[in-house]
Design a protein around this ligand. Sequence first.
Ligand code: ADP
Length: 206
Amino acid sequence: MRLHETMEHIYPIFDKMLTRADKEALLGQRGLMIWFTGLSGSGKSTIAIALERELQKRGLLCRILDGDNIRSGINNNLGFSPEDRVENIRRIAEVGRLFVDTGVITLAAFISPNNDIREMAADIIGKEDFMEVYVCTPIEECERRDVKGLYAKARRGEIKNFTGISAPFEAPEHPALSLDTSVLSVEECVVRLLELVLPKVLTDKD
Ligand code: ADP
């Protein structure tokens, strides 16, 4: 009997992909999506970067998804129309789910301006793995910072559909945490986040 004939009816256990639990055991942590929502310039990326450093210091593996690594790559064919905003978030959530399913603490920093869009993301990722963090810095402060000069452009009408100026932002109804960076420092935001995140991602072995 030739080899391939003997193999034909054998479905060895190692044919199956390893599970999320296997990955989490390897990493010694639990996967989680931390989903930052808020206006442009509110502080989402800055806080995500600072939180990632603190988690890494504790031996926890993270992945940040933000405009820089998503809009330039997987979503480089999408604009800011309502349809494209939905597709943008849908793909981010699907990518995020793969990371969470690999046991990685995933930090998504996108404006994600309305309840429907955030609910879609939560449904794709799974509600129990989805922690919504509202960076609720007032628009006056975001505009004063105008990190990328986008508010000035939006005011001059050079950018259409700019969230907070010419497109709506719907505040989340029940975020796990709200952070107003006009009154909290980056460090204070991270302390509050760690209190919430660590119990969810640490395993008994930690
Ligand atoms: P977003 O990702 O929400 O568009 P960014 O993180 O890119 O916002 O920009 C926020 C800006 O605000 C940065 O220039 C950051 O240095 C500044 N900033 C000032 N105070 C804070 C704070 N407490 N938390 C976060 N960012 C702050």
